[in-house]
Write a protein that binds this ligand. Structure first.
Ligand code: FMN
Length: 199
């Protein structure tokens, strides 16, 4: 294994931010090899009983266009106001979606048993964090979204999956970094606030 110092690893973890804006895919696209490295990191996440419950779909072309319509519909339904009605929000949402360079949906294969399902969700979350860290290490930003497209039956139809078998748990919006990718400063409680040592 190539050495990476503890401080370098902590810096990677601490500097990673959820990104809401990205460099343009036209001028600064995300290389397929870079995404494959992120997926490689993801599948090495810990998972109890080696269930490997994660599934990933990269959306391109017509499939992506259909997802954009589902995204815009959900946004317009929720956010329409007198100031900007359904059509107005719908088109803004389509524009916003079109500016996301790459989209990967993440699903969890649903186990029969409740405890296994819970563990499998945890494993999928570990996989997503591995993905995000590998992305960040390559100057690629990710927004992990759990927005309404993941609950929309049309998204399941689009992927040709049954919601009884697989639950969509994350939409990863991905692009090369454009500073600042997130205007809100990073915040965490200090370790002392969340950690106790018991003798
Ligand atoms: C399970 C999960 C679901 C999330 N869902 C969303 C989401 O729907 N939309 C969003 O903007 N960010 C989402 N996030 C990202 C968090 O909002 C983000 O991690 C948090 O604000 C801390 O920011 P940081 O990632 O830059 O440290 C999600 C994160 C997790 C772990």
């Amino acid at each position: 294994m190539q050495a990476i110092s503890a401080i370098q690893l902590l810096d990677l973890i601490q500097s990673r931010r959820t990104c809401y804006q990205f460099a343009s895919a036209d001028t600064d696209p995300v290389a397929e090899e870079a995404l494959l490295l992120c997926l490689e990191a993801a599948i090495w996440a810990p998972n109890h009983k080696l269930t490997q419950p994660w599934r990933f779909w990269q959306l391109k072309g017509q499939t992506r266009n259909h997802l954009a319509e589902i995204y815009a519909h959900n946004r317009a339904k929720k956010k329409a106001t007198d100031h900007c009605d359904y059509e107005c929000i719908y088109h803004k949402a389509l524009d916003k979606f079109a500016r996301i360079p790459e989209i990967i949906l993440v699903g969890q294969v649903l186990a029969e048993e409740a405890t296994t399902r819970k563990e499998d969700y945890a494993a999928c979350c570990c996989a997503i964090q591995n993905f995000q860290l590998m992305a960040w290490g390559q100057q690629i930003g990710v927004q992990w979204s759990t927005g309404p497209i993941l609950q929309d039956p049309r998204t399941y139809e689009l992927l040709a999956i049954d919601s009884a078998d697989i639950e969509l748990i994350g939409a990863l919006y991905i692009g090369r970094l454009k500073e600042p990718c997130n205007p809100v400063p990073a915040r965490r409680k200090p370790v002392e606030a969340v950690f106790a040592q018991l003798d």
